[in-house]
Design a protein around this ligand. Sequence first.
Ligand code: ADP
Length: 254
Amino acid sequence: MKWTVGIDIGSVSTKAVLFNGEQVDSKIIPSGWSPSQAGQEVLERLLKPQELTRDDISLLVGTGYGRIQQGMFDKTFSEITCHARGVHYLLPEACGLIDIGGQDSKVIGFGEKGKVEDFVLNDKCAAGTGRFLQVTAQTLGLEVSQLSDLAKDADPADINSMCAVFAESEMIGLLAQGITIESIVAGLLKSIAKRISVMAGKIHFQDTVAFCGGVAQNQVLKDLLSQEIGCRLAVPPSPQAVGALGAAILGYEL
Ligand code: ADP
């Protein structure tokens, strides 16, 4: 049997997918300070339960910012190529995708058969990325996974700062004025949705758009983003591992 593995070494988490014509298993671990160590560790955790070794893998494909300067991969592809392939496999009806990860966000428009036609990337600024949510959660003494539930029924506060650093001080100012944490979090999520919708406005989406990356697990943000963009957003299963899945599929197809 032909086995391939895709590994996406991101700024926050490292994802791995085992593929043999279909997705067999996936693993997600924190990237920590050493991308190469994270890559090796996630591979071991993926293969061991399947009683496979590196020699059983026909092609080990890398993606993500940590793929650079790695001796471990047989082949590497850009995150854009891998995300597009992963989304097209999981949601063939999607006309594009929005990926919000730990330190960047990207919006990709597809042509025929999920081919990348156009994309917009933000990797220069923390606003509109998972980093913004991590700073928010940290400032409020919460976990990122709690933000959605907290904001669910709240009236969003007006957050004017588009910059993560200024937003943090604005947040503290609003707390001092007696604005509830729930409203502040809802306001911050709205500001991310607005920022991403500006990027998405450059790609002409018509129909279903896939929403992936770790931040896609935030349901309130998904709803706000869908309203801002005016398109249906579909979150694939395991939205964080879509790039790794795409890498594994691209390897399988070589
Ligand atoms: P990267 O590929 O850059 O490592 P990921 O796609 O793995 O990024 O996403 C990491 C981001 O996902 C974190 O910065 C965090 O904000 C967000 N995140 C992680 N878990 C959750 C969750 N349960 N709900 C919402 N956001 C989350």
